[in-house]
Each structure stands twice: as C-alpha cells, then as structure tokens.
Design a binder for this molecule. Structure first.
Ligand code: SF4
Length: 71
C-alpha cells in the first residue's frame, strides 16, 4: 500500500511529500534537481541544498503535495 506521507528532515524542519496530491508538474525537479529527482531513490535528498533554498522551492509546488513542517 503506498504511503500517504513521506518525511525528509532538514535541520529544524521536515519536508513532507504527499504523493496523492502530486500532479507531477515537474516544477520541483526542474527548479532544484539536486534535491528533487524522481528517478532516484530516495527522490528527495535534503542534504543537497541549504534550508532556505529548499523552503523556497517547496513554496512553488502548485498542488500542495510538498510542504514544510517545523520539527
Ligand atoms: S512541484 Fe509538487 S506537484 Fe509538481 S512534481 Fe513536485 S511535488 Fe509534484
């Protein structure tokens, strides 16, 4: 059964991805391919950019599939 919510920690925040909401717009991996790459497992690697860059990219997700949670 697919998971509803996947979590990727980064310092004092967590990137949340909800696959059911993702519309595969490609905005995240075109904007920040070092962190978001659907051909890779895990497809999100938060170590590959700084927190501010990741937060800014998450804010551009049009579907709300990506979000940020404070730890
Ligand atoms: S930007 Fe959001 S909707 Fe688009 S592929 Fe990434 S997670 Fe999915």
């Amino acid at each position: 059964m697919p998971l509803d919510k996947l979590s990727y920690p980064k310092e004092d925040i967590t990137v949340i991805w909800q696959p059911k909401l993702c519309t595969h717009s490609a905005i995240c991996f075109k904007g920040l391919p070092s962190v978001f790459d659907p051909r890779r497992k895990p497809w999100v690697i938060t170590a590959n950019a700084d927190k501010e860059t990741i937060v800014a990219q998450v804010a551009k997700c049009p579907s709300g599939a990506l979000s940020i949670k404070d730890k």
